[in-house]
Write a protein that binds this ligand. Sequence first.
Ligand code: MTE
Length: 313
Amino acid sequence: MPVYHPPRIAASEITPREIYMSRRKFMGTAAAGLVVAGASSALAAPLAGSPSTFSTDETLTPKEAVTSYNNFYEFGTAKSDPAQNSGQFDPLPWSVKVDGLVGKPREFGMDELIKMPLEDRVYRLRCVEGWSMVIPWIGFPLAALLDQVEPLGSAKYVSFETIVRPEQMPGQTGFFQPLEWPYVEGLRLDEARHPLTILAVGLYGETLPNQNGAPIRLVVPWKYGFKSIKSIVKISLVEEQPQTTWKNSNAREYGFYSNVNPEVDHPRWSQATEQRIGEGGFFSVANRPTLKFNGYADEVASLYEGMDLKANF
Ligand code: MTE
């Protein structure tokens, strides 16, 4: 991945948590029963979930940064590309096919997915490049979706696929293709079923902006950000460990597990510290200690008991 340059965020752009939360309460009543299916696709619609005990109370990263400093290579490799180049992307109508080793394979329309039991989940997101954010997602546990298709006993992993749509995704066209498409990711079934693992359909009280993975993306907060695959069209239950885009691109640098771990460095840089975007202004440095499993060790360390995390990076 390219070298990290922090964005400039003015202090005035930071929404104090209390103001944001009270706004959210208002939208909770205003937006109850919202159906997104007929909404104008490129425009964000209000969306609300119920509070979750999994949320961190750390200072939120300004919405301006969350929606303008992105990795979404389908729209280009620069941090500003996804916000600048995703205006033509039309996320509706949309459906997600769930198939493979399941009793009841089927396709879920976005109108159904938006009616899943939505929760507000304020999660830390740690990018493998060394920056981090605190993002107020709106989503539902992936386990709730998996339950509906009834995974078979032979299913051991879950694989995920992003849409391929070069006519609306300029990063998928042209001479230089940085990655192979579709972008693919995978989790072990127990990781996928963990209550922290969500499918997000919104952030900051609105449906997902295109640059953040509209209309539906994965969020796995204890893993490096690249596991959180965007704009998902297919989820498959499988027996063997799935292919993953960054491991396919460079297996020496990126592994299947990709758990946030300050003790296991990237071959080209340390993972011991991080820079929280929006913190400390223009001269900020990556001096915040990175926590094992991104601070979610109490919840997820047991998933990896007895595993050598250096070998399984
Ligand atoms: N999903 C797809 N399809 N394509 C991508 O390039 N980038 C990943 C991940 N999901 C990526 C993706 C990386 S490297 C990160 S850090 C996160 O998305 C960033 O999510 P955000 O832009 O919403 O913060």
